[in-house]
Write a protein that binds this ligand. Structure first.
Ligand code: HDE
Length: 812
């Protein structure tokens, strides 16, 4: 029976009743403030809201928004202390909690910044469910009408599974699609507060979590790791004052000087649009056509043709911020800085023949190396340093510090070390972390600022913009890997995939309804741009042009080439020869050699000879001839050999070649000695599995010459044992294994009769004991003396490569 409706006879006449009724409406209200003392929550909320709003009768910071001086020191926004949380809440019902809802939003907290374990999933002991949490009874069969009948549309389990699968892929990065990443930390050496108030540098020993992604530039997401290319070196610092992304490369310069040319550069280097070839390679017409018409690329070309472009490991390459940035201290004084990451393990690269072979045998070479180093505790480590100079000093330099094709030589401005970064944790999930991480040059924190480098300015726009299509909307900052550890509070709302559930009805500023919160932080806490003075001598006004000094395209290309060791110079010449030999239009080769003549006559001549050119083209006309004299004619710091590292061998790989009948005593001793140094020494046989050794014991080969060819290892040990040597000498892989190690100038040690294998491989040397002293990286030990030679072998490994035996063309 429905209840009878009471007649609306007695109109409420008392004030409380009016207030109570009014407070239960979401539009209109009494003309007078309601009493604040009511025990009725709705009335109390209305009353307290009135008081809160009245306590801000006008916007007191408005006047301070004007004028240059105020602009330099913005004031904090106006706020009023809240008497209770009642007026700022979204709803009176927020106290009703449940397992799903949790409690009322904690005061002043954005819970979305909690550590990543809030989103980690471990399914141990759990049943399979749909995305709605419904347990799935059968994950093998779709729902059919009878066992041989048609599949039914009603099968929500199948449809959810397939639909999700259909959308698993997201667009890959336009550039730097191929990458690998790791978590770690940055540790500040000493407070650098004289330079900057940036959070990571505030006190000695301060730890800031980081996530670092390394990448190639041109290749697609599934392309090989060892392509000749620059490497991305992007570091996200989760500082307690917000995220700072230092999105750098392993080379300190770039091809172009203005963001306007970036799409052209990328279109030129990517696979050609008509046939989508070649993948992850610059050795093709469109790239060399473009760069030879863009002589400002000459300096960067030297770097990418050098061995820097084929690093041995992400752990053995430098990183650079490339652009000139600023650091700003607490007093507001700013200086220019250039960022440098220096690997503790030293700089170490592959050689080209090796890189080509590795790309076939293990396209994941760098990804695997990074993963394995971290899993085995050989944590990659880098020192962060800055070159510091003032604006006045910069004006005196022979080059323009806003030009990304120029370095500041270390001999002119030394590097000041600030701290170290250690990568000590692999991601749990590649997609969620490595693929979804979003870097941006514009992500900086108080204490840092930009220079006017026009390339940098373009980047600030590009990185956020690209994430919007790549990660599906403007809320990519809420993806767990991108969320800062610092609080996030603003009035940005909505958009695709929004995660945060803001409490309250205010999404604008200024406001009085939320007591002014979140309020503008002001100069004391907030980010304030440095008031960089533009004291240019040139005419000012809107213009599309470059500064004069940008026109010096060759001085630093020459500096780089002249600063390399003869071996490195040889590799650069060979790389130009290789790349240009792949070009199909002779005129493009001619033009490139014409460009190189302006940087180094010796290099240009060598390249031309290698390309079978019978006459030298005229040098390209220069954009300016009257260039300022460089401060530095040679910079030893630019040679890879300049940074041998701390001598650690951790993370390197050695092959110990074995076959049945091997002298296993030595094999095991050698393996133990190498493992003690953090070297991964693998037992490589004709096939994997158990074999009987000389002493009748069993030895298990964990790799084979077929699945792990020689060029994947940093060094080779050939053990003794007549039967084993006889077997290995009948296997064609053995010769290839040894020849590659020899050709790539890596240490080889042979014990006793194993020297026959070396002879059979055709190495142009007689393996005798004196070799160990010659610094050739070839170590010979008599039968039974292998253990004693291990020190010499490891010393040879510490030198990385023994280029003394390199020949062009190779003898073998
Ligand atoms: Fe990038 N670059 N870039 N770049 N870049 C991207 O951003 C761009 C430049 C660098 O591991 C993209 O999120 C423009 C210099 C790295 O996720 C994109 C210009 C340097 C990474 C983009 C440059 C870099 C990127 C593609 C010229 C060395 C990988 C996906 C104005 C200092 C970051 C993305 C990661 C990625 C644009 C030039 C380094 C398209 C417009 C110079 C390490 O936004």
């Amino acid at each position: 029976m429905p209840k009878p409706i009471k007649p609306a006879s007695n109109l409420q006449s008392n004030k409380n009743g009016v207030a109570k009724a009014a407070a239960r409406n979401t539009d209109s209200a009494p003309s007078q403030p309601v009493p604040a003392t009511s025990s009725d929550a709705a009335v109390a909320k209305a009353a307290q809201t009135g008081i809160l709003v009245a306590s801000m009768p006008f916007n007191p910071t408005k006047a301070g928004e004007h004028g240059f001086v105020n602009g330099l020191a913005p004031q904090a926004g106006a706020t009023v202390a809240l008497a209770s949380r009642l007026p700022t809440g979204s709803t009176l019902s927020e106290e009703n909690s449940s397992e799903k809802l949790g409690a009322v939003a904690a005061e002043g907290v954005n819970a979305g910044i909690e550590p990543l374990d809030r989103v980690r999933v471990d399914s141990a002991g759990q049943a399979l469910t749909t995305n709605q949490g419904v347990k799935v009874a059968d994950n093998q069969n779709s729902l059919k009408y009878g066992v041989r009948g048609p599949a039914l549309l009603e099968d929500f389990i199948l449809r959810e599974k397939i639909t999700h699968f259909d959308h698993e892929r997201i667009p890959e990065r336009i550039v730097h699609a191929r990458g690998s990443a790791a978590h770690g930390f940055f540790e500040c050496y000493d407070a650098a507060t004289d330079l900057t108030k940036a959070a990571p540098f505030k006190e000695a020993g301060k730890i800031t979590p980081v996530f670092v992604r390394f990448s190639t530039v041109a290749g697609e997401r599934g392309s090989k790791d060892t392509a000749r290319d620059a490497r991305g070196f992007a570091v996200k610092f989760y500082t307690d004052e917000g995220n700072w992304d230092l999105v750098g490369n392993n080379m300190p310069v770039f091809f172009i000087q203005d963001a306007m040319k970036f799409p052209d550069l990328v279109h030129a280097v990517k696979p050609e649009p008509h046939n989508q070839m070649p993948q992850a390679a610059s050795a093709h017409d469109t790239f060399w056509d473009f760069v030879s018409l863009m002589p400002e690329s000459t300096h960067m070309l030297m770097w990418v043709m050098s061995d820097r472009a084929i690093p041995r490991s992400y752990a053995t390459m430098q990183g650079f911020g490339v652009h000139t940035f600023r650091m700003v201290n607490g007093a507001g004084t700013s200086v220019f800085v250039k960022f440098h990451w220096t690997p503790m393990a030293g700089t170490h690269s592959l050689v080209w023949d090796e890189a080509v072979k590795i790309s076939g045998a293990d396209p994941d070479y760098h990804r695997r190396d990074l993963w394995e180093r971290i899993e085995s505790g050989a944590y990659p480590e880098y020192e962060l340093g800055v070159q510091v100079f003032t604006e006045e000093q910069a004006e005196q330099f022979s080059f323009d510090v806003l030009d990304a094709t120029k370095i500041v030589p270390e001999e002119l401005v030394p590097i000041r070390p600030l701290g170290r970064m250690v990568l000590n944790r692999n991601p749990d999930n590649f997609f969620a972390e490595t693929e979804q991480v979003a870097f941006c040059t514009a992500h900086i924190v108080p204490g840092l600022d930009f220079s006017n480098d026009p390339l940098l300015a373009g980047r600030h726009h590009s990185y956020v913009d690209t994430q919007i299509s790549r990660l599906g909307g403007p809320n990519f900052h809420e993806i767990p890997i991108n969320a800062p550890v610092a609080q996030v509070h603003n009035n940005q709302r909505d958009g695709m995939h929004r995660q945060a559930i803001p409490r309250g009805r205010v999404s604008y500023e200024p406001n009085s309804l939320a007591g002014g919160c979140p309020f503008q932080a002001g100069v004391a806490q907030g980010f304030v741009s440095v008031a960089a003075s533009i004291s240019a001598k040139e005419e000012q006004g809107k213009v599309r042009a470059k500064p004069e000094k940008f026109a010096d395209h060759y001085t630093q290309a020459t500096l780089f080439f002249e600063s390399q060791s003869p071996v490195e110079q040889g590799h650069i010449a060979n790389a130009f020869r290789f790349e240009l030999s792949k070009v199909t239009v002779p005129a493009i080769r001619q033009r490139t050699v014409a460009m190189l003549r302006n940087a180094s006559e010796a290099l240009a001549t060598k390249v031309a000879k290698g390309l079978g050119m019978t006459t030298m083209p005229e040098p390209l006309p220069k954009a300016i001839t009257d260039v300022a004299a460089p401060e530095v004619m040679k910079s030893p710091a630019l040679s890879l050999l300049h940074r041998p590292g701390d001598g650690s061998l951790a993370g390197r790989k050695v092959a110990i070649l074995v076959a049945p009948g091997v002298e296993a005593d030595f094999v095991l001793k050698a393996q133990t000695a190498l493992l003690a140094q953090g070297v991964v020494a693998r037992i490589v046989g004709p096939h994997i599995g158990l074999m009987t050794t000389l002493s009748g014991d069993e030895l298990d080969a964990d790799a084979s010459m077929e699945n792990s060819p020689g060029f994947l290892f940093d060094a080779l040990i050939l053990a003794d044992g007549a039967e084993a040597i006889a077997a290995l000498s009948q296997d064609g892989h053995t010769g290839e294994f040894i020849r590659d190690q020899f050709r790539h100038c890596k240490p080889i040690m042979c014990v006793g009769d194993a020297r026959h294998l070396v002879r059979k491989a055709g190495l142009p040397i007689s393996m005798d004991k004196s070799l160990a002293q010659g610094g050739t990286g070839l170590i010979v030990a008599e039968a039974g003396e292998g253990g004693d030679a291990m020190d010499a072998f490891m010393a040879a490994m510490r030198k990385h490569r023994h280029f003394g035996r390199e020949m062009d063309p190779p003898l073998l």
